[in-house]
Design a protein around this ligand. Structure first.
Ligand SMILES: C[S@@+](CC[C@H](N)C(=O)[O-])C[C@H]1O[C@@H](n2cnc3c(N)ncnc32)[C@H](O)[C@@H]1O
Length: 306
């Protein structure tokens, strides 16, 4: 590539946007000159949503008259270090409130869990890294033992990932379950690593049409989403929507009604009340409402999922 074409490529990649479907699955890349003026924040007050090729910037919260509108260029369910790494592609260092805050959130997202399974404290290492101490109850974990468990996780994850990429979902599912079991003993319940394993398990068990297992992993992801995304972020709405659809398939009508209502509350803001996607969701919500009130009036026993 010559200097002019490499400069044009860099300008394009810094200003282009990934066009996604309403469920945020990437479809392609587009250049939208007006939208290219919007800067990034890891705590954005707006989101970019597409309907076909048309892009909409939608506010996630009230935005004051002179307040800057920001969107996120990257996946924000990640530690500060990972987000800064992803933003290198855009040639700037983010100084948003989340990036300049203390390390507690990062210690949760990437950190180890307390030895006491009932404690939700996060661990910080001592200066020699040979022990990690819980900041809530002061119990320490041995650094060597934690490193051994982390290497075991890496080894198992590699195996699981090769099963998944060769299309062997059944073996991939079993292997990722083992990964998740070890990660639960190693990482904080709000850890990003554990979250990504559970997202993978959700995807695999959906493909295997095992709705019950898929629902269990879907539910486990929600507290982490609620911690890392702003309250009206599309990822939260979409995860409640997936939960609601699974609960509906499993005939957990009351639970489905609650999840679909939560999904609609968020996605009405992020996707707009009149979008085709919202119309489909509101249709499902109506169906769940009708079914729930029929069951109630009929005195039928409710089957509520655990
Ligand atoms: C799509 S453009 C955004 C608009 C650009 N600031 C302008 O004035 O045309 C992306 C570029 O803006 C800059 N940028 C975006 N968000 C930023 C932020 N939070 N802090 C500093 N620079 C940022 C970076 O140089 C990035 O490559």
């Amino acid at each position: 590539m010559n200097d002019i074409s490499s400069a044009s490529y860099l300008q394009f990649s810094c200003n282009a946007h990934t066009i996604c479907d309403p469920e945020l699955r990437p479809l392609g890349t587009g250049l939208y000159p007006v939208l290219s003026i919007i800067n990034h924040s890891c705590v954005p007050n707006a989101v970019l949503i597409f309907e076909g090729r048309t892009a909409y910037v939608r506010a996630l919260q009230p935005i004051g008259k002179n307040e800057e509108v920001s969107i996120s260029y990257i996946e924000t369910a990640a530690t500060t270090m990972k987000r800064q790494e992803d933003l290198k592609h855009y040639f700037f260092t983010c100084t948003c409130p989340r990036c300049v805050k203390d390390s507690e959130e990062d210690a949760l997202l990437e950190g180890y869990r307390c030895k006491d399974q009932k404690c939700d404290g996060f661990l910080l290492s001592n200066s020699e890294n040979n022990a990690y101490t819980c900041q809530k109850c002061s119990i320490s974990r041995d650094g060597e033992e934690l490193k051994k468990m982390a290497s075991e996780v890496l080894l198992l994850s590699d195996k699981a990932s090769s099963f998944a990429s060769s299309g062997n979902n059944s073996e991939a599912g079993s292997m990722y379950k083992t990964v998740e079991e070890v990660e639960r003993k190693l990482y904080h319940p709000l850890s990003a690593t554990l979250l990504h394993t559970r997202e993978m398990l959700l995807k695999i068990y959906m493909q295997l049409l095992d709705w019950q297992t898929a629902l269990m992993y879907c539910r486990l992801t929600i507290p982490v989403y609620e911690r890392v995304y702003p309250p009206f972020h599309p990822m939260i709405g979409l995860q409640f929507y997936t939960c609601g659809k699974l609960e509906w398939l499993l005939e957990y009508t009351e639970d489905a009604l609650k999840s679909l209502t939560r999904a609609a509350d968020v996605l009405r803001i992020t996707h707009g009340p009149k979008s085709e996607f919202m119309k489909e969701l509101l249709g499902r919500l109506e169906e769940a409402r009708a079914e729930a009130s029929f069951r109630l009036s009929d005195g039928n026993e409710q089957r509520i999922g655990r």
